[in-house]
Design a protein around this ligand. Structure first.
Ligand code: BG6
Ligand code: MG
Length: 217
């Protein structure tokens, strides 16, 4: 029985994935390289430090420990500039309505985001009150595809993993959900999000009622 929803944030609820992409590209360009939108799929859902490791590898730059730490700070500053104006209007199609409907139906809701900026973004969007628990990059040791963020999310809302449905736009996040024993809705295509149980372009393409009925058949 599905009784709880675990949401990724960036690229599922709000259109911030594009800002992470822009900030990482700026970082790559500073290192004298670049990367493609296809490579960016590998960065989605991945922690800040693990993402930078990939960017450094792709650009073939040589970066010492101090430079690595400084780049992490700089990337975040660029990202923070880009998200300054984020508001409820930046919700992805149907996402806010979907969250409100799930909340009204008494479905337990937790956030399971890799981002240390997640609580700030939820506040800017005025959505914090819809969450029973918030687990973000500050609360985990192991980043996605490790299931820690979702296991902690399920525990925080008092449910077993199999009672939870995860919503994810990243392959790392889909793998985290499946490894954790949860059902998973991919926000994206079956090609990029292999392993998810169902796929939708956006949360607005389905409803909590439809999904609960589908998984609880
Ligand atoms: C994830 C994003 O939600 O959070 C990644 O998909 C991002 O792109 C990661 O790198 C970490 O975010 P932050 O805000 O802690 O740098
Ligand atoms: Mg995401």
């Amino acid at each position: 029985m599905i009784r709880g929803f675990l949401f990724d944030l960036d690229g599922v609820i709000v259109d911030t994935a594009v800002f992470h992409f822009q900030a990482w590209r700026r970082c790559a360009q500073k290192l004298g390289g670049d990367f493609t939108e296809a490579q960016n799929e590998e960065l989605k859902g991945v922690s800040r430090a693990d993402s930078l490791k990939k960017v450094v590898e792709w650009t073939k730059a040589s970066v010492n420990t101090e430079e690595f730490e400084a780049l992490l700070v700089e990337k975040n500053e660029w990202y923070l500039e880009l998200v300054q104006e984020v508001s409820e209007a930046d919700g992805l199609p149907g996402a806010v309505t979907f969250l409100e409907q799930a909340h009204a139906q008494g479905i337990k809701i937790a956030l399971g985001s890799a981002s240390k900026n997640a609580p700030m973004i939820l506040n800017k969007m005025g959505l914090t009150h819809l969450f029973d628990a918030i687990i973000d990059g500050n609360n985990v040791i192991n980043g996605k595809p490790h299931p820690e963020v979702f296991l902690k999310g399920a525990a925080a809302i008092g449910l077993d993993p199999e009672e939870c449905l995860v919503f994810e736009d990243s392959i790392a996040g889909v793998q985290a959900a499946k490894t954790g024993g949860m059902s998973c809705v991919g926000i994206g295509t079956p090609e990029t999000l292999e392993g998810a149980d169902l796929h939708f372009t956006a949360l607005g393409d389905t409803t909590p009622t439809e999904l609960v009925a589908c998984f609880n058949m």
